[in-house]
Design a protein around this ligand. Structure first.
Ligand code: UDP
Length: 245
């Protein structure tokens, strides 16, 4: 790990500078939070699991021409990344209704959406990450119209890849959250992580049981138990599929 003092500590990661400018070290933590950090806990080995899954997925996306902040993974819970200025918008892609979509629209849990839904939330903990309209996003100058178009296109491309990838893991990708950043050339890169913390993942083999099928952070949010086991299960399947590709 870097001996430099940390630049930033978030809910799931600590960011350190490195000896190379424009390269940062992200150390993934076992700490878990939910409901805007009102619920806190620890998921054993989450840092290793989420860093490993994210690293594999970022590598696969890069192979398919999608630019990410990923450089390499010097330790199982550490990722070297390109420094970016994070666009303060959480991009959520949904294939199946769950979570806040059900709460806010009344759509029943599990409704298959006719086409993927891309939503933008204001990345602002103090305001509780509210859902944005396009006009509000531009009013707050969170991104330009060109950036929103690029991000939407990338989010849909990433969704196509991830849906297919997780199907090979015998997992249904319900929804997920992405974050993007701008590098020094103002290029948009996929940033943050893609893991059971940021995706809803349902086990196809247990698809009829709404509690047993959950392989993601909803096990922690809803106190469903066996959280560590679910995260390990996702990692094992991801590693098996990646090895076969
Ligand atoms: N999500 C996330 N971070 C957030 C909010 C949502 O990673 O701060 C992910 C969440 O795990 C799910 C998707 O984005 O896979 C959609 O979440 P939703 O809007 O339903 O919010 P929730 O009800 O889970 O808070």
């Amino acid at each position: 790990m870097s001996v430099n003092s940390k630049l930033y500590e978030g809910k799931a990661k600590i960011i350190y500078p490195t000896d190379t400018s424009n390269i940062l070290l992200a150390v993934f933590k076992d700490d878990a939070t939910a409901f805007n950090a009102q619920k806190r806990g620890t998921i054993l080995n989450k840092g290793i699991v989420n860093c490993s899954i994210s690293s594999k997925i970022f590598q696969q996306l890069e192979l398919r021409g999608i630019k990410t902040h990923y450089i390499d993974s010097p330790a199982p819970n550490e990722m070297r990344v390109k420094a970016v200025k994070i666009v303060p918008v959480e991009v959520v892609v949904r294939n199946i209704a769950a979570g806040s979509l059900c709460k806010q629209t009344g759509l029943p849990l599990g409704t298959v959406l006719p086409k993927p839904l891309v939503e933008f939330y204001y990345k602002n903990d103090a305001l509780g990450d509210p859902l944005l309209t396009g006009d509000r996003l531009f009013l707050l100058e969170l991104a330009t119209p060109e950036q929103v178009e690029t991000i939407t296109h990338l989010a849909l491309q990433i969704n196509e890849y991830l849906q297919d990838f997780f199907q090979k893991c015998d997992i249904t990708l319900v929804d997920f959250k992405l974050e993007f950043g701008l590098d020094s050339q103002q290029q948009i890169l996929l940033a943050d992580e893609i893991s059971p913390d940021t995706c809803r993942l349902w086990d196809n083999a247990r698809s009829t049981d709404p509690n047993l099928r959950v392989l993601d952070k909803d096990r922690f949010r809803q106190d469903l138990g066996n959280v560590e086991e679910a995260y390990q299960q996702v990692l094992q399947r991801v590693l098996t599929v990646v090895q076969g590709e």
